[in-house]
Ligand binder design. Sequence first.
Ligand code: ADP
Ligand code: MG
Length: 384
Amino acid sequence: MEPLQLKQAFKEIFDTEPILIKSPGRINIIGEHTDYNGGLVMPAAINKAVYVAISKRDDSEIHLFSESYQEKYTGHFSSVKKSETAWANYILGVVDGFLKRDLTLSGFNLYIYGDVPLGAGLSSSAAIECATAYALAQLNELSVAKMDLALIAQKAEHEFAGVNCGIMDQFASVFGKADYAMMLDCRSLKHEYIPLKLDGYKLVLLNTNVKHSLSDSAYNDRRAQCEQGVAWVKAHHPSVEFLRDVSEDMLLTHVQPQNNEVYTKCSFIVAEIERVKKAAAALKDGDLKELGRLMLETHEGLSKAYEVSCKELDFLVDQVKEVDEVLGARMMGGGFGGCTINIVKDEAIEELIEKVSKLYNEQFGLSLSAYVVQTGNGSEVINL
Ligand code: ADP
Ligand code: MG
């Protein structure tokens, strides 16, 4: 749906002129499971987004319509709470965040459309939240800092979607910039734009279309193992707060003798944070080959040491890692399903997708989805 069509669709339902806002989904180039360890991540916004058309109402009502679900939701400011309508919760959570900050809103009509695939790990949820937050700030002429919009969006995800996420997804959706990735420090929220010049290559996402149920319990286990490692080091180095403050030497001295399993998990995180820094240096040097090598190293670590991959993700990486036209590949996101991210030479993309889809289907009886993505800008108003 083009922005003009969105405007038309809005007018047909709400019979008034809207303003249009978009906020993108995101990828993560490198830096997995580092966020909750106070470490570094390297997301980039993509050219797939959630679009909202919005207008003021004279009352204090909230009228929503979702293009994807062909469904309406109607509510009132006096009773903003978690609803049965799952997609509306991402919007209501953001409204709640504005109200809790004593930011005055008028009632509104909102039409939502998006082309970020749902539940594929590209954070369509952050895209809705950030599009809503940006739209409400614009509509009500509120001067809310961009970081606060991201924080309101994150809180909506915690409280209305029940997902205790870090800040990466919402940060990337709000702050993204075409042709750049962002190295984000998850502790200080300081960030740096890193040029992502892919001359002759593109980012290709291969979606396993699986989500193994192990994911929640494993996530909690890993967090606990990281915290345990920190506690053992902290007993000797009181200033240590996160694995981010810990070196491999400290792990060898204080964690490995206590428990080898915990050591292995912590050691992966310490190495992964270093890899994000190395990846930023490689990108600044225009060395895509080195970035690719680091991504493969990340996958190896996530699969063998951190143990959050699955057979489908490993299969997809195995199929491409010896291919000359593929510089790098790894699972992306928390694990146990979702997508792999690959750097693939332009001319080879079509054939590679065809070949891997066929092999994937033969192996697992599942269909593979592939998305060729480009980087894009963060939350913005669309002027027609
Ligand atoms: P992810 O963020 O990885 O895409 P989530 O499960 O966190 O997956 O969020 C997906 C949910 O977000 C969907 O089930 C739906 O409720 C909501 N959503 C995402 N995009 C849209 C959209 N364009 N319109 C309506 N709801 C959407
Ligand atoms: Mg999500």
